[in-house]
Design a protein around this ligand. Sequence first.
Ligand code: EPS
Length: 390
Amino acid sequence: MFRYLTAGESHGPALVGILDGLPAHLELDAPAIDAALRARQGGYGRGGRMKIETDRVEFLAGVRGSVTLGSPIAVVVRNADFENNRALMDPLTGGGKPLTNPRPGHTDYAGAMKYRQRDLRNVLERASARETAMRVALGAICAQFLEALGIRTFAYVERIGPVVAAPPRDLDRERIAASEVRCADPEAEEKMIAAIDAAKAAGDTLGGAYVVHVTGVPAGIGANRQPDTRLDGVLAGALMAMQTVKSVEVGAGNEVAALPGSQAHDIFTLGEGGGVARPSNRAGGIEGGISNGQDIVLRASVKPIPTLMKALPSVNLHEGTVAPASIVRSDVCVVPAASLVGEAMVRLALTGPILEKFGGDSLDETRDNMRRAVAAAAELFEPATLRAER
Ligand code: EPS
């Protein structure tokens, strides 16, 4: 079984992660993992923390000579900001003045109730999106496994606040990666940047939406055996399990609720080289909880960051008085960064079902199994096979 775990407080010494169940003999490109971490730190609308950190992955276990051993992979990303917060956050001696005014929309209040914490810092340290740096590191390792099987993920921003980009005609990865808001539409990009500037000037924050697009997933990943084996549930659950995400759509998503069946589904036609073709992909590559061989397309909508510089109304829980919400250093807009965390979550969430389908304790074994399974599936309805059966 493939699984992963992360630990780490935002201003503690480090973020740590364990990936268990990746096959042996995967050659890892550590600079590419660091590049993914650097990309997550970027994007227009980020705050002061990103100037302090230069995230880099350190391997502690599971890898020798940059090649996976099949044993659990353990990694660390250090928090440079720990040095500025040692008195507050040292695991053995840390402490300080409590934070008392919960931010509406943040974990502060619900977490305080859950863990019986009178200091909201004890909640916000783990709730902080700083933790997503480790998800991106682990996701970047999975990306290298998936790419070895011909599966690629890609994320781009579709909306920031009220500004919506035109649907991209092709996935121009370089253009999107070069965009400060990870948006393919230059006109929308300009408006998005202006919207972030306006929100910042007003002491406000902005949410938005992003798309994660996956190519190369063969048909037959995921299962309709049980509710928790369905691929759409697994992937949507992974995206919902992000700090900012409030809704997830698969393919055309919410749009199909308004369409009649005659327009909502992707018809079958005969493919030119044999087999079937699908002229559209409203299902987003998943039917009945199983991948159908088309690209997998997922959209996540993201709330605005709950820390506003013009603080929202709240209360002081210690004094029982009305008081503005706590202001801690934060960002104005994290949608571009969130799109990369979403991409990492999809990479992590896809790896398990891929390994469940093809198995393998070494990369070659997984690859051979996949090749055989894909070839057998392609032959299943070949006219020649059908003739032989008759
Ligand atoms: C973030 C790290 C955090 C915030 C932000 C994202 O660091 P700090 O709290 O030290 O500024 O910048 O997190 C939030 C906005 C949040 O509400 O948690 C990161 O690494 O992405």
